[in-house]
Design a protein around this ligand. Structure first.
Ligand SMILES: *Cc1c(COP(=O)(O)O)cnc(C)c1O
Length: 306
């Protein structure tokens, strides 16, 4: 099954700097971005005696819609647990939530269930005890199996550098759980992977890396900004850089991770003249379905349209 791999690499210019973009957002209409890479193992392999996927996370997450598509392709059910479903979503399903519903995801709100620990522990201790023939995928598909698909991504990049005789390269991708950047660095030791922490702080991201790989030499380099950004919050500079990227490159990027990613990368380039001798590859990790509700929120807060 060679579909869902081999995305193209495109050369663009942004604010007078050249970048290569790995277009993982174009892997497929439904199953794309880094969630497709991370879930590729489950798509590719025969999951014997399994008829249900169980996972949890946010009702607006890219993981939710990607798991719904995966379950459909595999002829399996999906039970996806969430802390709560925001009323604006139940009133008007949109983005990842809508896509998941259209693909028969069973989205279960635990808002009215009393449990003491976090959602992960509750599922592990209570829910899974009553289930059979399932496969449990952690939040954000942050699991060992994710390496399978990310390794394929690493090999595509390796092949591209050989064909194009590129030997001084830095690769950038923004992190949530850090699973994608970690496994990319591990499978692409010849190039330095740069990333930034979008979801938690740098300490959280380091912890995530350590959970997946104890050897710190194989961890990506985390670039810090002086300003602290909170995941899911709206920032004027986020839609400004989003719009500028769209205008100059004609590529739409995601508003949660990529805006911070590009701000971070631009600062890093400004502050590190040594990078001038390197080519830079930015991984577009998809996630565009989530932009729909983000744009509505930006419009509401700043009266800015896209
Ligand atoms: C999920 C996601 C990320 C974060 O990926 P991790 O592997 O969790 O670090 C980054 N960008 C986009 C667009 C995503 O959907």
């Amino acid at each position: 099954m060679l579909k869902y791999t081999n995305s193209l690499i495109q050369k663009i210019s942004f604010n007078k700097t050249h970048f290569y973009i790995k277009r993982d957002d174009l892997l497929d209409v439904d199953f794309s971005g880094n969630k497709a890479r991370k879930l590729y193992y489950f798509l590719y392999n025969d999951l014997k005696n399994t008829n249900k996927i169980i996972s949890y996370g946010s009702a607006q997450s890219n993981t939710l819609s990607s798991l719904a598509i995966l379950a459909k392709y595999k002829n399996m059910k999906l039970d996806f647990y969430v802390n709560h479903i925001p009323t604006f979503l139940t009133n008007k399903p949109q983005g990842n939530y809508k896509k998941a519903l259209e693909n028969n995801a069973n989205i279960i709100s635990t808002k009215h269930i009393n449990y003491n620990e976090n959602l992960n522990t509750y599922i592990q201790k209570i829910i899974l005890k009553h289930e059979n023939n399932y496969i449990f995928i952690p939040e954000g598909a942050s699991c060992k199996q994710a390496e399978f698909g990310i390794k394929i991504l690493a090999n595509e990049i390796k092949k591209w550098t050989k064909t194009n005789k590129i030997n001084k390269l830095k690769i950038f991708l923004p992190s949530g759980t850090g699973t994608s950047s970690l496994f990319l660095q591990k499978n692409l030791k010849e190039f330095e992977i740069l990333t930034c922490a979008c979801v938690g702080d740098d300490e959280y991201l380091k912890k995530q890396f350590k959970m997946l790989e104890t050897n710190e030499l194989l961890h990506p380099k985390i670039i810090r900004l002086n300003k602290k950004y909170h995941f899911g919050k709206l920032y004027k500079e986020f839609f400004e850089i989003h719009n500028e990227l769209l205008k100059q490159t004609k590529i739409e990027f995601d508003l949660l991770y990529d805006s911070l990613g590009w701000i971070t990368l631009e600062k890093y380039i400004q502050n590190n003249k040594s990078l001038e001798s390197y080519d830079i590859l930015y991984i577009h990790q998809g996630g565009l379905l989530g932009n729909e509700s983000m744009k509505a929120r930006y419009l509401h807060k700043y009266q800015i349209s896209f």
